[in-house]
Design a protein around this ligand. Structure first.
Ligand SMILES: NC(=O)c1ccc[n+]([C@@H]2O[C@H](COP(=O)([O-])OP(=O)(O)OC[C@H]3O[C@@H](n4cnc5c(N)ncnc54)[C@H](OP(=O)(O)O)[C@@H]3O)[C@@H](O)[C@H]2O)c1
Length: 290
Protein backbone atom coordinates (compact mmCIF):
# COMPACT_ATOMS: atom_id res chain seq x y z
CA UNK A 1 0.00 0.00 0.00
CA UNK A 2 1.23 3.54 -0.78
CA UNK A 3 2.36 5.46 2.27
CA UNK A 4 0.15 8.47 2.95
CA UNK A 5 1.66 11.89 2.38
CA UNK A 6 1.85 14.05 5.50
CA UNK A 7 2.32 17.81 5.04
CA UNK A 8 3.90 19.54 8.05
CA UNK A 9 3.87 23.34 7.97
CA UNK A 10 6.16 25.48 10.11
CA UNK A 11 8.63 22.60 10.02
CA UNK A 12 11.43 24.65 11.60
CA UNK A 13 9.30 25.70 14.58
CA UNK A 14 9.43 24.04 17.99
CA UNK A 15 6.53 21.63 17.49
CA UNK A 16 6.88 21.49 13.70
CA UNK A 17 10.50 20.38 13.83
CA UNK A 18 9.70 17.51 16.19
CA UNK A 19 6.63 16.57 14.17
CA UNK A 20 8.53 16.34 10.90
CA UNK A 21 10.84 13.77 12.52
CA UNK A 22 8.31 11.85 14.61
CA UNK A 23 5.72 11.45 11.86
CA UNK A 24 8.17 9.78 9.47
CA UNK A 25 7.19 6.23 10.51
CA UNK A 26 3.58 7.04 9.61
CA UNK A 27 3.93 8.36 6.07
CA UNK A 28 5.92 10.32 3.52
CA UNK A 29 6.54 13.58 5.34
CA UNK A 30 6.69 16.80 3.33
CA UNK A 31 8.28 19.18 5.83
CA UNK A 32 7.56 22.75 4.72
CA UNK A 33 9.24 25.61 6.54
CA UNK A 34 8.22 29.22 5.98
CA UNK A 35 10.42 29.52 2.85
CA UNK A 36 8.72 26.48 1.28
CA UNK A 37 5.18 27.44 2.28
CA UNK A 38 4.31 30.93 3.50
CA UNK A 39 0.96 30.78 5.29
CA UNK A 40 0.50 34.51 4.72
CA UNK A 41 -0.03 33.67 1.04
CA UNK A 42 -3.44 31.99 0.50
CA UNK A 43 -2.62 31.01 -3.10
CA UNK A 44 0.55 29.28 -1.94
CA UNK A 45 -1.43 27.26 0.63
CA UNK A 46 -3.93 26.12 -1.97
CA UNK A 47 -1.18 25.25 -4.47
CA UNK A 48 0.86 23.32 -1.89
CA UNK A 49 -2.07 21.17 -0.80
CA UNK A 50 -3.39 20.56 -4.30
CA UNK A 51 0.16 19.66 -5.36
CA UNK A 52 1.05 17.32 -2.50
CA UNK A 53 -2.45 15.85 -1.97
CA UNK A 54 -1.66 14.88 1.63
CA UNK A 55 -3.83 12.50 3.65
CA UNK A 56 -2.81 14.48 6.73
CA UNK A 57 -1.88 18.14 7.19
CA UNK A 58 -0.27 19.12 10.49
CA UNK A 59 -0.09 22.85 10.99
CA UNK A 60 2.96 23.64 13.08
CA UNK A 61 3.21 27.18 11.71
CA UNK A 62 2.00 30.24 13.56
CA UNK A 63 2.82 33.85 14.27
CA UNK A 64 3.90 33.23 17.88
CA UNK A 65 5.59 36.55 18.75
CA UNK A 66 2.95 37.61 21.26
CA UNK A 67 4.14 41.19 21.80
CA UNK A 68 4.84 41.82 18.11
CA UNK A 69 1.31 40.69 17.26
CA UNK A 70 0.04 43.88 18.94
CA UNK A 71 1.55 45.96 16.13
CA UNK A 72 1.84 43.37 13.32
CA UNK A 73 -1.79 42.45 13.78
CA UNK A 74 -2.61 42.16 10.08
CA UNK A 75 0.14 39.60 9.53
CA UNK A 76 -0.70 37.73 12.75
CA UNK A 77 -4.33 37.50 11.65
CA UNK A 78 -3.37 36.29 8.19
CA UNK A 79 -1.20 33.48 9.57
CA UNK A 80 -3.12 32.55 12.72
CA UNK A 81 -6.63 33.59 11.76
CA UNK A 82 -7.12 33.14 8.03
CA UNK A 83 -4.58 30.44 7.01
CA UNK A 84 -6.00 27.70 9.29
CA UNK A 85 -9.39 28.17 7.63
CA UNK A 86 -7.84 27.77 4.17
CA UNK A 87 -5.98 24.67 5.34
CA UNK A 88 -9.27 23.26 6.63
CA UNK A 89 -11.18 24.08 3.44
CA UNK A 90 -8.50 22.43 1.31
CA UNK A 91 -8.36 19.44 3.67
CA UNK A 92 -12.10 19.03 3.29
CA UNK A 93 -11.85 19.25 -0.48
CA UNK A 94 -9.43 16.31 -0.69
CA UNK A 95 -10.73 14.34 2.31
CA UNK A 96 -7.59 14.94 4.38
CA UNK A 97 -7.35 15.22 8.15
CA UNK A 98 -5.99 18.47 9.60
CA UNK A 99 -4.23 18.72 12.96
CA UNK A 100 -3.84 22.25 14.29
CA UNK A 101 -2.60 23.83 17.54
CA UNK A 102 -4.12 26.67 19.49
CA UNK A 103 -3.47 28.34 22.81
CA UNK A 104 -4.65 29.02 26.35
CA UNK A 105 -4.40 32.71 25.37
CA UNK A 106 -7.90 32.42 23.89
CA UNK A 107 -9.09 32.70 27.52
CA UNK A 108 -9.15 35.77 29.74
CA UNK A 109 -7.25 34.15 32.61
CA UNK A 110 -9.69 35.16 35.33
CA UNK A 111 -10.55 31.58 36.41
CA UNK A 112 -8.67 29.83 39.17
CA UNK A 113 -9.50 26.29 38.11
CA UNK A 114 -8.53 24.61 34.83
CA UNK A 115 -10.35 25.79 31.70
CA UNK A 116 -12.43 23.12 29.93
CA UNK A 117 -12.73 23.24 26.13
CA UNK A 118 -16.18 24.82 26.23
CA UNK A 119 -15.32 27.65 28.66
CA UNK A 120 -16.09 31.10 27.29
CA UNK A 121 -13.24 32.59 25.30
CA UNK A 122 -12.12 36.20 25.73
CA UNK A 123 -8.60 36.82 24.44
CA UNK A 124 -6.66 39.56 26.18
CA UNK A 125 -4.23 40.28 23.36
CA UNK A 126 -3.99 40.37 19.56
CA UNK A 127 -2.17 37.02 19.38
CA UNK A 128 -4.93 35.27 21.37
CA UNK A 129 -7.59 36.95 19.23
CA UNK A 130 -5.86 35.83 16.03
CA UNK A 131 -5.63 32.24 17.29
CA UNK A 132 -9.31 32.26 18.22
CA UNK A 133 -10.12 33.56 14.76
CA UNK A 134 -8.21 30.54 13.40
CA UNK A 135 -10.23 28.13 15.55
CA UNK A 136 -13.44 29.69 14.25
CA UNK A 137 -12.32 29.60 10.63
CA UNK A 138 -11.52 25.91 11.04
CA UNK A 139 -14.90 25.19 12.60
CA UNK A 140 -16.64 27.01 9.75
CA UNK A 141 -14.89 24.86 7.12
CA UNK A 142 -16.53 21.67 8.44
CA UNK A 143 -13.52 19.43 7.77
CA UNK A 144 -12.13 16.62 9.94
CA UNK A 145 -9.83 18.57 12.24
CA UNK A 146 -8.15 17.90 15.56
CA UNK A 147 -7.47 21.20 17.29
CA UNK A 148 -5.12 20.91 20.26
CA UNK A 149 -4.94 23.91 22.56
CA UNK A 150 -1.75 23.95 24.55
CA UNK A 151 0.36 26.41 26.57
CA UNK A 152 3.89 27.65 27.37
CA UNK A 153 5.76 25.60 24.76
CA UNK A 154 9.52 25.15 25.22
CA UNK A 155 12.34 23.03 23.88
CA UNK A 156 16.09 23.03 23.32
CA UNK A 157 15.94 24.97 20.04
CA UNK A 158 14.10 28.00 18.75
CA UNK A 159 12.83 30.87 20.86
CA UNK A 160 11.34 30.03 24.23
CA UNK A 161 11.43 30.72 27.96
CA UNK A 162 13.82 27.88 28.80
CA UNK A 163 16.49 29.15 26.40
CA UNK A 164 15.94 32.76 27.54
CA UNK A 165 16.45 31.77 31.17
CA UNK A 166 19.60 29.81 30.30
CA UNK A 167 21.00 32.81 28.41
CA UNK A 168 20.16 35.24 31.22
CA UNK A 169 21.64 32.84 33.77
CA UNK A 170 24.95 32.94 31.92
CA UNK A 171 24.92 36.76 31.84
CA UNK A 172 23.52 37.85 35.21
CA UNK A 173 23.72 37.19 38.94
CA UNK A 174 20.06 37.99 39.48
CA UNK A 175 17.01 37.56 37.29
CA UNK A 176 13.55 38.89 38.03
CA UNK A 177 10.70 36.65 36.94
CA UNK A 178 6.94 37.08 37.02
CA UNK A 179 5.34 35.03 39.78
CA UNK A 180 1.67 35.97 39.40
CA UNK A 181 0.97 34.38 36.01
CA UNK A 182 0.13 30.69 36.26
CA UNK A 183 0.07 28.12 33.47
CA UNK A 184 1.65 24.84 32.42
CA UNK A 185 5.00 24.45 30.63
CA UNK A 186 4.91 21.97 27.75
CA UNK A 187 7.91 20.38 26.05
CA UNK A 188 7.42 20.60 22.29
CA UNK A 189 8.70 17.04 21.84
CA UNK A 190 6.04 15.64 24.17
CA UNK A 191 3.31 17.50 22.27
CA UNK A 192 4.67 16.11 18.99
CA UNK A 193 4.94 12.60 20.47
CA UNK A 194 1.31 12.75 21.58
CA UNK A 195 0.34 13.87 18.08
CA UNK A 196 2.39 11.07 16.48
CA UNK A 197 0.81 8.51 18.81
CA UNK A 198 -2.65 9.57 17.67
CA UNK A 199 -1.59 9.51 14.01
CA UNK A 200 0.02 6.11 14.57
CA UNK A 201 -3.32 4.68 15.69
CA UNK A 202 -4.60 5.39 12.18
CA UNK A 203 -6.03 8.36 10.33
CA UNK A 204 -9.62 7.02 10.25
CA UNK A 205 -9.57 6.61 14.06
CA UNK A 206 -8.16 10.11 14.43
CA UNK A 207 -10.75 11.57 12.04
CA UNK A 208 -13.56 9.94 14.04
CA UNK A 209 -12.32 11.86 17.06
CA UNK A 210 -12.21 15.22 15.26
CA UNK A 211 -12.81 18.12 17.63
CA UNK A 212 -11.29 20.58 20.06
CA UNK A 213 -9.04 19.26 22.86
CA UNK A 214 -6.80 20.64 25.55
CA UNK A 215 -3.42 18.94 25.25
CA UNK A 216 -1.11 19.77 28.11
CA UNK A 217 1.16 18.38 30.77
CA UNK A 218 -0.35 18.18 34.23
CA UNK A 219 0.43 20.31 37.27
CA UNK A 220 0.80 24.07 37.18
CA UNK A 221 3.51 26.67 37.56
CA UNK A 222 4.19 30.37 37.60
CA UNK A 223 6.93 31.68 35.31
CA UNK A 224 8.97 32.01 38.52
CA UNK A 225 8.42 28.30 39.37
CA UNK A 226 9.36 27.39 35.82
CA UNK A 227 12.56 29.48 35.96
CA UNK A 228 13.55 27.93 39.30
CA UNK A 229 13.02 24.46 37.91
CA UNK A 230 15.20 25.31 34.88
CA UNK A 231 18.03 26.65 37.06
CA UNK A 232 17.73 23.71 39.47
CA UNK A 233 20.45 23.49 42.11
CA UNK A 234 22.84 25.92 40.43
CA UNK A 235 24.14 28.48 42.98
CA UNK A 236 23.50 31.41 40.68
CA UNK A 237 21.71 33.40 39.45
CA UNK A 238 19.30 34.22 42.23
CA UNK A 239 15.75 34.37 40.96
CA UNK A 240 13.57 37.14 42.32
CA UNK A 241 9.78 36.85 42.05
CA UNK A 242 8.07 39.95 40.69
CA UNK A 243 4.50 41.00 39.84
CA UNK A 244 3.25 41.37 36.26
CA UNK A 245 2.90 45.11 36.94
CA UNK A 246 6.68 45.34 37.43
CA UNK A 247 7.38 43.98 33.93
CA UNK A 248 5.14 45.83 31.47
CA UNK A 249 4.88 44.30 27.98
CA UNK A 250 3.02 45.47 24.86
CA UNK A 251 0.64 42.48 25.06
CA UNK A 252 -1.42 41.77 28.15
CA UNK A 253 -1.01 38.15 29.35
CA UNK A 254 -3.77 36.17 31.08
CA UNK A 255 -3.01 35.60 34.78
CA UNK A 256 -4.15 31.98 34.65
CA UNK A 257 -4.07 29.56 31.74
CA UNK A 258 -4.23 26.01 33.08
CA UNK A 259 -6.15 23.80 30.66
CA UNK A 260 -8.38 20.90 31.79
CA UNK A 261 -7.25 17.83 29.86
CA UNK A 262 -9.95 15.27 30.78
CA UNK A 263 -11.58 15.33 27.33
CA UNK A 264 -8.27 14.50 25.64
CA UNK A 265 -7.44 11.76 28.16
CA UNK A 266 -10.85 10.09 27.89
CA UNK A 267 -10.89 10.25 24.11
CA UNK A 268 -7.33 9.16 23.37
CA UNK A 269 -6.64 7.01 26.44
CA UNK A 270 -3.45 8.65 27.66
CA UNK A 271 -2.28 11.70 29.57
CA UNK A 272 0.85 13.83 29.31
CA UNK A 273 3.33 13.72 32.19
CA UNK A 274 3.59 16.23 35.00
CA UNK A 275 5.45 19.30 33.68
CA UNK A 276 8.33 18.93 36.17
CA UNK A 277 8.98 15.34 35.13
CA UNK A 278 8.86 16.34 31.51
CA UNK A 279 11.22 19.28 32.03
CA UNK A 280 13.70 16.89 33.67
CA UNK A 281 13.39 14.59 30.64
CA UNK A 282 14.01 17.53 28.32
CA UNK A 283 17.02 18.81 30.28
CA UNK A 284 18.60 15.36 30.33
CA UNK A 285 17.88 14.66 26.66
CA UNK A 286 20.99 14.36 24.50
CA UNK A 287 20.22 17.52 22.54
CA UNK A 288 18.46 17.93 19.29
CA UNK A 289 18.16 15.23 16.68
CA UNK A 290 19.24 16.02 13.17
N1 LIG B 1 5.11 28.83 21.84
C1 LIG B 1 4.17 28.76 22.79
O1 LIG B 1 4.40 29.05 23.96
C2 LIG B 1 2.77 28.29 22.43
C3 LIG B 1 1.78 28.27 23.44
C4 LIG B 1 0.51 27.83 23.12
C5 LIG B 1 0.22 27.42 21.83
N2 LIG B 1 1.18 27.46 20.87
C6 LIG B 1 0.83 27.07 19.50
O2 LIG B 1 1.57 25.92 19.13
C7 LIG B 1 1.85 25.94 17.73
C8 LIG B 1 3.31 25.75 17.49
O3 LIG B 1 4.02 26.75 18.21
P1 LIG B 1 5.59 26.71 18.38
O4 LIG B 1 5.89 27.08 19.78
O5 LIG B 1 6.14 25.46 17.81
O6 LIG B 1 5.96 27.97 17.47
P2 LIG B 1 7.34 28.46 16.90
O7 LIG B 1 8.47 27.72 17.49
O8 LIG B 1 7.32 29.93 16.96
O9 LIG B 1 7.22 27.99 15.39
C9 LIG B 1 6.31 28.54 14.52
C10 LIG B 1 6.86 28.34 13.14
O10 LIG B 1 5.95 28.94 12.23
C11 LIG B 1 6.73 29.61 11.28
N3 LIG B 1 6.01 30.67 10.63
C12 LIG B 1 5.79 31.94 11.04
N4 LIG B 1 5.16 32.64 10.10
C13 LIG B 1 4.96 31.79 9.07
C14 LIG B 1 4.37 31.91 7.80
N5 LIG B 1 3.87 33.08 7.36
N6 LIG B 1 4.32 30.83 6.99
C15 LIG B 1 4.87 29.67 7.39
N7 LIG B 1 5.46 29.49 8.56
C16 LIG B 1 5.50 30.54 9.40
C17 LIG B 1 7.91 30.16 12.03
O11 LIG B 1 8.93 30.45 11.12
P3 LIG B 1 9.98 31.64 11.43
O12 LIG B 1 10.82 31.15 12.54
O13 LIG B 1 10.66 31.79 10.13
O14 LIG B 1 9.15 32.83 11.82
C18 LIG B 1 8.23 29.00 12.95
O15 LIG B 1 9.14 28.09 12.35
C19 LIG B 1 1.28 27.27 17.23
O16 LIG B 1 0.00 27.06 16.71
C20 LIG B 1 1.19 28.13 18.48
O17 LIG B 1 0.20 29.12 18.36
C21 LIG B 1 2.46 27.87 21.15
Amino acid sequence: MRRPTILVTGAQGQIGFELARLLRPHGRVVAADRAALDLADPDAIVAAIRGARPALIVNGAAFTAVDLAETETTLARAINGRAPGILAEEAKRIGALLIHYSTDYVFDGTRRSPYPEDAATAPQNAYGASKLEGERAIAAAGAHVLVFRTSWVYGLRGRNFLLTIRRLAAERDEIRIIADQVGVPNWCRTLAEATARIVGAGLPAAAERAGLYHLSSTGQASWYDFARAIIGDAPRPSIVPIATAEYPTPARRPAYGVLATARFETTFGFALPDWREDLARCLSSPGEPA
